[in-house]
Design a protein around this ligand. Sequence first.
Ligand code: C5P
Length: 299
Amino acid sequence: MSVTVRVPAKVNVQLAVGGARPDGFHDLANVFLAVGLYDEVTVEPADELTLTCTGPGSDQVPLDRTNLAARAAIALAERHGLGDPKVRIHIAKDIPVAGGMAGGSADAAGALVACDALWGTGASRAELLDICAELGSDVPFSLVGGAALGTGRGEKLQPLDVGGEFWWVFAAADGGLSTPAVYREFDRLSPEAPEPVAAPALLDALLTGDVERLAATVTNDLQPAALSLFPSLKETLDAGTAAGAVAALVSGSGPTTAFLAADEAAARGVADGLAASGTCRSVRVACSPAPGATVLSGN
Ligand code: C5P
């Protein structure tokens, strides 16, 4: 008996960041869009909790109980009085690791949904979302997918309608960025950050599926901080723009960069241009929106 769940990566089309809160987190207006790059999480009964991972960058993924997918299994088992979970979790990675695309959060949401199906715990959507929010700010969105406005620290979600497809190119950088370090740099650069609000023009661009309008309205308040810590990302952004991207931005806290293209053919052109530019490690094309955590098979 095993269960496999597919979970998407995300891009933030608006990441508006307020000042640091007393708990150290920042209030956000975070417009998430799930993109069609997926990890697959498979769970099956085992003698004890074990974790394996394959795919690009899998050597950087911790395989102990600190892994968010392991923590998700532990949290679900605890709530349902199952003791320490006896489960093998396998992650087939395709989402860039430590890249600001919520790969770790996706694995947590995937493990949670998979364990719930494997154990027949029958957790409600509300309970699953509650566990997701405990695990991390981006985890609830990995569960629901599509598009959503995240407020609070990003975990309070309001689903958004999307009226069309948007094509993206993602460039993985050589090296990583620590999310807390990027937020600290944000605090240093923006000591008087105003209250974050979602931009009506951007929400309307999503609703109408208008790529030009979305291109004109995407913003990431963490971008100056990410560029300050990782200055060479500017060259990647410029290379994508030169290759025809209609918008170029750092994805979340980076260092992956995201490029919006007019359509699929344009996205392939941007990807080729970026690959030839020598300013990034690898390039991927993906379409949005994408569904959230989905059970692929259980047998
Ligand atoms: O919630 P998550 O574990 O993904 O957050 C990682 C780190 O990112 C936090 O420890 C915090 O430093 C920073 N963060 C923040 N404000 C948020 C989300 C994350 O300061 N809204």
